[in-house]
Design a binder for this molecule. Sequence first.
Ligand SMILES: C[S@@+](CC[C@H](N)C(=O)[O-])C[C@H]1O[C@@H](n2cnc3c(N)ncnc32)[C@H](O)[C@@H]1O
Length: 251
Amino acid sequence: METSRENEIKEFVRTRYSELARRGCSCSESAPSCCSDSKEAYAKVIGYKDDDLKGLPDSVLNTLAGCGNPTAHADLGRGETVLDLGSGGGIDAFLAARKVGATGRVIGVDMTKDMVALANRNKRKLNVKNVEFRLGEIEDLPVQDDSVDIVISNCVINLSPDKDRVFREAFRVLKPGGRLLVSDIVTTEKLPREIRRDMEMWAGCVAGALEEGTYLQKVIDAGFKDVQVMSKRDFKGVASSLRLRAFKPWN
Ligand SMILES: C[S@@+](CC[C@H](N)C(=O)[O-])C[C@H]1O[C@@H](n2cnc3c(N)ncnc32)[C@H](O)[C@@H]1O
C-alpha cells in the first residue's frame, strides 16, 4: 500500500516523463540530459559508442534520459531474456535486442503511457521483432517469477519512492544465477531536506537519490550477491552516476 507522499511523487514523475514523451526534449530540471548542446554528445558522455547510436531514430535520442549505458558491459548472450526497468523511449531495450538476437527477447516496463506509446512507435520505425513494451510499475512488475536472465535499468530506480520493493521485484523475476546491471544516481552524503522535498529535483533524478552505501545495502537486502560498483562518474556536481552489477544466487 503506497503512502500519499509516494503517490504524489509517482504522479509528478509520470507527468514530467509524459511531457517528455509527447514533446521531445527541452532543457529543464526534469530532463537534465536535454540540457546538452547535442543529444548525441550527451549520449557519448554517458557511455554510448558510435556503434550503439548508429541506426537509432532521432525520436529515440531525443528522449534519452539515462545516466549510463547499462548494456555496455552486460555480456549479453544470444537467446537471453532481458528486462529493462523504466524503458522510456526504448534505447537500452533496442541495444539489448541487437545483442540477444532473434532467439532472445527484451521486455521494457514503464509506468508512463506516453512513454510506452513512444517506445512502440520507435520499435515500428526500427522494425525490431524481439522487443515488447509493457505498461507497469517497477515496484510491481508485470513479469513472471524466475523468467529473465538479466535485469537492466538506466537512471530510473532513483525516481522510485520505494526502492526496497523495486530490488525485491527485480530479484523475484530473475532466474537463479541471473544478473542485475543498473546505471543510477547516488549521492556522497544525505541531501538536505529542501532538496529531497523538491518535486522537480525528484523528477530530475536528484532528490530521490540515496547515499551510495544505503543504495547498495538495499540491493543486498533484496537477496543479491556479489554486488559490485563497476564505475562511477560525477553527475550535476551533487551526486554520482554509478554502474553496478549483482547476481541472484543459484539457490
Ligand atoms: C530518467 S527516465 C529514463 C528512461 C530510459 N531508461 C533512458 O535511459 O532513456 C525514467 C523513466 O522511468 C519511468 N519510470 C519512473 N518511475 C517509474 C516507476 N516507478 N515504474 C515504472 N516506470 C517508471 C519514467 O516514466 C521514464 O520513462
